[in-house]
Design a protein around this ligand. Structure first.
Ligand code: AMP
Length: 205
């Protein structure tokens, strides 16, 4: 039977990097709702045009929009690692229903805990290569040499908005999943390799 792992954590917690590493280790398909929305925006699709202003302002797009993107991924089958969904208790309930309808087991949820100061420092330094993804370099991609980009929603004021939305809307998810006995909290500070090992300890092979 297919399974679903959820990775939670504040913006800048290293979720994307850890998700890629865990997906490789555990043979899961990495589904990032942020990446899906950014590629809709980049392609100029109707959906992309509808959500662009919201995403760039660091606010949450409507639940139905992300639920539809995730449902389409569930319907393709295979074990999934969800990164960036659910972000609210309402979305967690939707995910529960989507999994129930497909007779998938309840998700295993891993939450990364990182201090706010570290999050702000990491986001200010975050750069992404359009082809190779996030990295620690300053200007050019260490793999392909392309110029690195910053995300519009990593601007300082927008980061503050995203952190306050995280505190108000996503933190309550921890209590929700803890009450269901599905939550493991992992220390997200320190070197990415150390964090990856801590995550692997709580995600069965
Ligand atoms: P991320 O890459 O996960 O930081 O997501 C970037 C942006 O995409 C967020 O700030 C939201 O605008 C939007 N987004 C991603 N996932 C969701 C979600 N589950 N619910 C609502 N908005 C989302």
């Amino acid at each position: 039977m297919a399974r679903c792992i959820v990775l939670l954590g504040p913006p800048g917690a290293g979720k994307g990097t850890q998700a890629k590493s865990l997906a490789r280790q555990r043979n899961l398909e990495h589904v990032s709702t942020g990446d899906l929305l950014r590629s809709e925006i980049a392609s100029g699709s109707e959906l992309g045009r509808r959500v662009q202003a919201t995403v760039e302002a660091g606010r949450l797009v409507p639940d139905e929009v992300v639920a539809e993107l995730v449902a389409a991924r569930l319907d393709r089958g295979g074990d999934l690692l969800l990164d960036g969904f659910p972000r609210t208790v309402a979305q967690a309930r939707v995910l529960g229903d989507l999994l129930d309808e497909r007779k998938w087991p309840a998700p295993r949820v891993v939450a990364l805990r990182v201090d706010d100061d570290e999050v702000v420092r990491r986001l200010a330094a975050r750069r992404t290569c359009p082809s190779c993804g996030p990295q620690a370099a300053a200007e050019d991609c260490v793999q392909c040499g392309a110029a690195l980009l910053t995300r519009p929603d990593d601007a300082e004021g927008v980061v503050r908005e995203r952190l306050s939305i995280y505190a108000a809307q996503t933190v309550p998810l921890m209590a929700y999943y803890a009450s269901l006995g599905q939550l493991a909290v992992v220390d997200g500070s320190g070197a990415p390799g150390d964090v990856a090992r801590r995550i692997e300890e709580v995600v069965p092979a």
